[in-house]
Every structure is written in C-alpha cells, then in structure tokens.
Ligand binder design. Structure first.
Ligand SMILES: [Zn+2]
Length: 411
C-alpha cells in the first residue's frame, strides 16, 4: 500500500522545517503553563492558535472550567463535499510544572535531545501535530481530510471543563488521534486504564478525650477503617488499583475528631470493573463503621478506560508500513496513565494515542525528547494520513461506509 516516494517527500518537508519547529517548541516550553495557571496556559494556547491560523484553520476559542482555561477547536477547509474521513486530533498545552519552572530550567538542546518542562508531555506532541498538518497542507492532502483539532488547557487537572466538547467532536469523527508522547520504547498507545478520583468525607462528633469521651464519635477512627477497606479493593488480577493518597482530619490531640477527609485515586482497566468499583467505594464511604459517624464519597474527576479496538489494529498496519520506511518499528502498548483519549475511546471512537515524540521522564525534571523522533513522528503520521485521504480508513473497506461530509464542507 505504502507509497515510498510520498513518504520521502513528507520526510524531506519535515526535515527542512525542523529548525522552525524546534524554535516553536522552545517558545512553548519556555512559557510556563502549569495546571491551573490560567494566564500561562492562555499564553501557551495563543502560540498554538497562531500556528493553526497559519495552517488555514478556522478556530473558535472559548474559556472553560474553573479556573478558566482556553479551549481551541480548529477546523480545516475541506475541498469538496465528497466523502471525507473525519479525524479528531487532540492536544493539551498545560503541564504539571508550576510557574517559575521554565526560568529554573529552560528549554535546552544537545546533539540528540531537547529538555525542559512539558517538552514531551505534550508540547512536543503539539509540535508533531502541527508539523504533520503542515506537511499535509504543503502536499495538498490536508483538504481531502476533515480535521478537527482540539487543544485544551485542563488535561492535567482531569479535563473537567473541556470533556464535553472533546466528546462532542469525537462523536462526529471516524478516528481520534492523540499526540501524547510515545512510550519510552517508541510504542504507540492503544489502551489506557481508566481513572476515578473521590473525595471521602466523614463527620463525627467532637468530645473532650479526658472528660466525656463516650459522647464523641471519631471521624478519624471511621475513616481509617474505610481506608483499609478501600485498599483491599486493589486487585492486580483485575488490573485494579485503589489508593488513598491524601488523608486529613481532627483538630487537636485532646479532642475526638469530628471530621476527616481522604482523597482516593482509582485506576481500572475495563468498563465492568469501572462500574463495580464505583459502587463499592460509595458503599464503603456510606457505612457507619463507628456509631455516630456519617460518611460520603464525591466523584470529582474521572476518565473511563480506553480499550483496545480492532479497527485501530488495522490502522496500526498502515502505521507499521510507514514506520518501517523510517527504520522504526510500530508497536502498540497499554499504559496505566490516562489521557483525553480515554474519553474518545470510551465513546467507541477508534483512538490511537502516543503519536507524539519519544523520550522519557515524563512529569519529572528528567523529561526529554529525542529530537529525531519529532521529525519521524510528523512524517509517519503524515504518510498514514496521506494514504487515508486516498483510500479511506482501513475499516471502511471492511464494510463500514464513511459518512457524508456536510454540503459545502464549511462546518
Ligand atoms: Zn499529557
């Protein structure tokens, strides 16, 4: 299937533009945009918006969530109203690094690698996405695809404000591509565990420990029993982890605690367990472990699991063909970490993730990307999209018809 000449063309285009993309990556990395830092996230999003303008996209920008962060939804211009594959491409500009990090350890390049906060996750991923779109535009292929780029700024906080828009775009797409960094071994990501986060609150009754302890009901005692029960839900055979990462309560040593709270993080591989564990946690939270106490659990962030999809296996075949041309292997893997791909995958939209550059140390001060993978990942995705623009998505050949683009193709 693979057209070797086309791949070489994409590669040489991406190579020629590499200095430009490295400069953009430097500007993005040196703009702090830590989770919740609205002004910094807005600045970073603006850099991306300007690039999308250059690529000829129509962009809407709206503030979402609390604190407000910008959400960009950008659509390309499609040549005709013919049947065109509809592809969602996802990226986030926020990082896990607080303001000041970029000053402390700014973007740095050596012969092979680039370093700095968010250089892989996922400012490098966004640069790969933009470079790929640029290569497709340059070769006249972009207008044969219906691309919707979604850039959010609240991914590291659970995408609470952007989730419904991401899902809305996904529902109108045939394929979702997520430009999170590739795994350190170069693998693309086709499975991600789901996530649930709960705030557990227990109320008891305060009393003086010396004078009338029998009138008290210890929220700390009750919460401790709940924590033990929660941790017992962890089951490696089901790929389920339940962990209380934060616990607080009480006021003074001589007062029986009238309140206690905990934050619970749940990682889960499949939808059945996702539902089951949620019910179990709510039941444990509500138990009266200690007479006179009451408890409750509030779910404040969640990402359903993203499972392996047969259609992605067939797209993987195309990726494999194109990756080989770059001397790379195409491998698909599962990871415990979540991304916005969880939302699109859970809707049944074929989702391929980890399309960004390859490095290591994500979410740490060791974070880096291998520079050559910026270029190869741009060109590999461009080559696959080139094939898809001509032949449709692989599973449409197997009997699923691509849907009609709206008349005029102005969306
Ligand atoms: Zn990320």
């Amino acid at each position: 299937v693979t057209n070797r000449g086309a791949i070489d063309l994409y590669r040489s285009h991406c190579r020629a533009r590499q200095p430009y993309w490295l400069q953009l990556l430097e500007r993005l990395v040196n703009q702090d945009s830590g989770a919740g830092d609205s002004p910094g996230i807005s600045e970073a999003a603006e850099l991306v918006r300007l690039e999308l303008v250059k690529l000829g996209f129509d962009i809407t920008s709206m503030p979402v969530g609390e604190p407000e962060t910008p959400l960009l939804i950008a659509r390309n211009k499609v040549a005709s109203s013919a049947v065109v594959p509809r592809i969602a491409m996802l990226g986030h500009v926020d990082t896990v690094f607080p303001r000041g990090t970029a000053t402390e350890r700014p973007f740095k390049l050596d012969a092979d690698c680039a370093y700095g906060p968010g250089v892989a996750d996922m400012k490098g991923g966004i640069v790969v996405m933009l470079g790929m779109l640029d290569a497709l535009r340059e070769s006249g292929v972009l207008e044969a695809l219906m691309v919707t780029v979604v850039i959010n700024g609240d991914e590291e906080s659970g995408s609470v404000g952007s989730r419904s828009s991401i899902e809305g775009v996904a529902r109108q797409s045939d394929l979702s591509l997520v430009f999170e960094p590739g795994r350190p071994d170069g693998s693309f990501v086709v499975e991600r565990r789901g996530l649930q986060r709960y705030r557990l609150e227990v109320k008891g009754r305060a009393a003086h420990t010396g004078v009338d302890p029998q009138r008290g009901a210890s929220a700390i005692d009750a919460l401790s029993r709940k924590v033990l029960a929660l941790h017992e839900l962890t089951d490696p055979s089901r790929n389920l982890t339940v962990s209380v990462g934060v616990m607080r309560g009480g006021s003074r040593p001589n007062v029986i605690a009238d309140h206690a709270v905990a934050e619970v993080d749940v990682r889960v591989a499949d939808m059945d367990t996702y539902t089951w564990v949620s019910e179990a946690i709510i039941e444990i939270a509500g138990r009266e472990d200690v007479p006179g106490t009451t408890g409750s659990a509030a779910l404040y962030a969640e990402r359903p699991p993203m499972s392996r999809d047969d259609r992605i296996e067939s797209l993987g075949g195309l990726y494999g063909d194109c990756a080989v041309a770059f001397g790379e292997e195409f491998r698909m893997t599962a990871t415990g970490g979540g991304s916005d791909g969880n939302f699109t995958g859970a809707l049944g939209i074929p989702t391929l993730d980890g399309l960004g550059p390859v490095g290591d140390g994500y979410h740490s001060s060791r974070e880096f990307v291998r520079i050559e993978t910026l270029e190869s990942r741009m060109a590999i995705s461009a080559a696959v999209m080139g094939i898809v623009s001509e032949t449709g998505l692989p599973w449409t050949e197997a009997g699923i018809q691509p849907r009609q683009a709206p008349a005029g193709a102005e969306r």
